[in-house]
Write a protein that binds this ligand. Sequence first.
Ligand code: NAG
Ligand code: NAG
Ligand code: NAG
Ligand code: NAG
Ligand code: NAG
Ligand code: NAG
Length: 935
Amino acid sequence: MYFRAGTVSALLLASTLPTALGQHVRDLGSEKWTLSGQALNQTVPAKFPSQAHLDLLNAGVIDDPYHGLNDFNLRWIAESNWTYTSDPIEGLLANYDSTWLVFDGLDTFATISLCGHSIASTDNQFRQYAFDVSEVLGDCDSNPVVSINFGSAPNIVDAIAQDPNSQKWPPGVQITYEYPNRWFMRKEQSDFGWDWGPAFSPAGPWKPAYIVQLEKTEDIYVLNTDLDIYRRGQINYLPPDQTQPWVVNASIDFLGYLPSNPSLSIEVTDIESGTVLTSRTLDNLTTSDTSITGLTVLDDLTPKLWWPRGMGNQTLYNVAITVKDTNNKNQSVAHVTKRTGFRTIFLNQRNITDSQRAQGIAPGANWHFEVNGHEFYAKGSNLIPPDCFWPRVTEERMTQLFNAVVAGNQNMLRVWSSGAYLPDFMYDLADEMGILLWSEFQFSDALYPSDDAFLANVAQEIVYNVRRVNHHPSLALWAGGNEIEVLMLLLVQLADPADYSYYVGEYEKMYISLFLPLVYENTRSISYSPSSTTNGYLSVDLSAPIPMAERYDNTTAGSYYADTDHYNYDAAVAFDYGSYPVGRFANEFGFHSMPSLQTWQQAVDPDDLSFNSSVIMLRNHHDPAGGLMTDNYANSSIGMGEMTMAVESYYPIPSKSDPVANFSAWCHATQIFQADMYKAQIQFYRRGSGMPERQLGSLYWQLEDIWQAPSWAGIEYGGRWKVLHHVAKDIYQPVIISPFWNYTTGLLDVYVTSDLWESASGSVNLTWLDLAGNPISDNAGTPTSADFAVGGLNTTKIYGTSVASLGFSDAENAVLLLSLQADGKVPNSEESTVFTHENYVTVAFPKDLDIGDPGLTVEFDDEEEEFVVQATDAVALYTWLDYPDGVVGYFEENAFVLAPGEEKRVGFVVQNDSTDGDWVDGVTVRSLWDQKVRD
Ligand SMILES: *[C@@H]1O[C@H](CO)[C@@H](O)[C@H](O)[C@H]1NC(C)=O
Ligand SMILES: *[C@@H]1O[C@H](CO)[C@@H](O)[C@H](O)[C@H]1NC(C)=O
Ligand SMILES: *[C@@H]1O[C@H](CO)[C@@H](O)[C@H](O)[C@H]1NC(C)=O
Ligand SMILES: *[C@@H]1O[C@H](CO)[C@@H](O)[C@H](O)[C@H]1NC(C)=O
Ligand SMILES: *[C@@H]1O[C@H](CO)[C@@H](O)[C@H](O)[C@H]1NC(C)=O
Ligand SMILES: *[C@@H]1O[C@H](CO)[C@@H](O)[C@H](O)[C@H]1NC(C)=O
């Protein structure tokens, strides 16, 4: 009974630790830890939070997991158990009422012991766990040691799969990347490999943990807080009434015992001004053994609204929530502050109304977001896990990434399942920057077990995470999973048509009957969709056993219903508008490309820097190996071939004599193709805002990379922008001019598209040049300018012709430069703004163009801190500024067209510089010409 005995020194020490009102909270991250494992035969120092790979790397036991083929070489780590052991923990309270071990995240199959006594086993990476260890601690006869043994996830799920009683699915349905059987675990699914990432299956205490000691009975420790702000009467699936007052509902999950007469109060403070908006006690108090909840209606108060980027301010408020003991002078027994914002965000999936029909919108259903009652165009991309090892994902790195999102004119990210639920600091950044986060439960490209134990485990995970992040105004949606309805049910139908309706029932049981009420019970402010991508729903009836009736294939030609995804690796149709899906919202589309030479060099030895070297090929996981083989050349060559064919179909084929320069040119060529293809689709989808489909969103696949490899990303691992992120930045500007050259019909149309909320007007210039930069006579019969007006969230055609009727014979030697100037109002602003945009089109593919050497030069203007780029001799297409290693950042403009005599001044935003400014001398410029010439 060492602890009960108590000592003065222990108590003194305790008082120097963070305590709150009799609570004694010990961050286990401040203890000393070691890592050991049967595969290692030694013990190394460990961090906490951490994962075994990171500690082995720090200890010098392994090389960089991202280097070369370590994806394969380090499998012994995934296939071993790992134990994290603390030093004896000194200075715990002697006089405590109860002691708890609280884990914010254990990855994944963990067995916890304290003082050599087994405490518990866990099996869900996404849950928070709290264990009462009062008794064990009381029996400890020395300073306690915490030990956490992590089982090998690949081995454990294999054992589950081999159990004759475990659930089985029809062959050909479940999708395996590297390690099989991921659907049996509640662990980041991409830890077992994905088509853009490796399979390290890390293990460890990936989030913080605490020892919590409560000194007296009426003392509680806050585990989780659910702050829900909504308009009075709001129901998740219906548009909120913006005239209603705000309701603030606060709910605290705790450890310990509430006082017999508790009260709950809030103080709401405008962070910018420091003004207290209101301070009051909450009504309608309900309590249980583990939570306390109350609400208040902010009648007569009009907090400033939070808006996404580009639509207004990101006004944030602090809501301080206090639990008080009314029997004891209203003493505070718990206190927590959440930073939040006042906004409604609604996914409108309702049927198209008559008045929408009268506006020319095609029948079917809506599928778009509304913020504070306003439709808007969602521009963005899909976020994958930014690293295989979450403990090294720092706020600094994510700030850099989200700055690139904002610089890229994106207002929404889809937080794809199946990575991990994002940490709060990422939602915090998104709140500040105005980036909406469409969030998902972690289920993807598989069918999952439907036994009671699995569902009960998942239910805990969902409730915890829905409550944890609900206060963030950036939270835009909960979706049940990725490609479950659109892909998995389709695969089931093909594999096992006789049992299709059974599997539909299984799908509805989990993603609708179970998940939907869990969402609605814990938030009234967020909409729910059972799966990304779907055909939407027919109706919602909360009293029905299946509260949402999905539409599935119950569709009518000529109607549009929901969101689309689009992948077509046949390069022949990459620019064929007829091959793009027409729908209400594009939530995934893309084509992979290579990262740049500089990024490859971080991970690959010099000898391996060639397009089809074995290391490069084996780091390309599209198509995936589908298992653990380490010679996936057959499937990898499909993906490598797709990139090669795409380049060869449309662009000059690099053939440099220097092998590294040739490799670099090839990597760049794949990026140019990728960017052009995304640009074509984004323009097409955005134009749809003014077409019968009333298309209101495009989120391309994918924002960023998890490691250095071929993928769909626009931002490489480490932060370097591909051509794609620059081109997307350009084409996501609010008012754009877009050419649509339909090479199958020979028609060329030019549209102006705006996602402002009010109409904008201005003029455009259309200028035909030959590729030497000379004007084409009579501007090829095209008017040199035109005035236009474009409605809010709308498009207008300003010019149309057939290429054959243009006044030139040599389509290979012509480029149409487009420039726009418009007056319009940014949503929620008073004054009007001048918008400009430039674009261009050629009516032959780049490989067929008669391009000449533009004689590009780049100089650094120290005074203005800008790079001055000029083309001296001919039109430069895809003018590309490149920067050396040692600095991370982005040019404010890149991949542009430059006519001879034109001077372009481009700034560079430094995000990280380890060269002391010397990088400036390493900046180079190239263009399509350099892709074509041999040296
Ligand atoms: C483990 O280490 C001990 C002592 O260093 C050594 O005798 C033993 O052979 C090692 N075992 C293995 C499996 O490497
Ligand atoms: C490895 O972990 C599993 C699962 O937690 C456990 O059953 C097993 O006993 C562990 N083995 C060792 C050697 O620690
Ligand atoms: C709160 O309680 C009052 C009085 O019992 C009741 O009229 C009101 O509907 C409750 N509000 C909510 C949102 O439950
Ligand atoms: C946004 O914030 C700025 C600076 O605080 C303020 O001047 C402006 O009025 C705000 N706009 C709105 C619409 O509240
Ligand atoms: C929406 O329209 C479908 C027909 O497409 C109909 O079955 C359904 O009941 C409608 N839903 C609502 C909520 O009116
Ligand atoms: C399609 O919808 C209609 C009416 O809304 C309904 O009667 C029918 O059962 C649905 N069919 C399917 C396959 O869901």
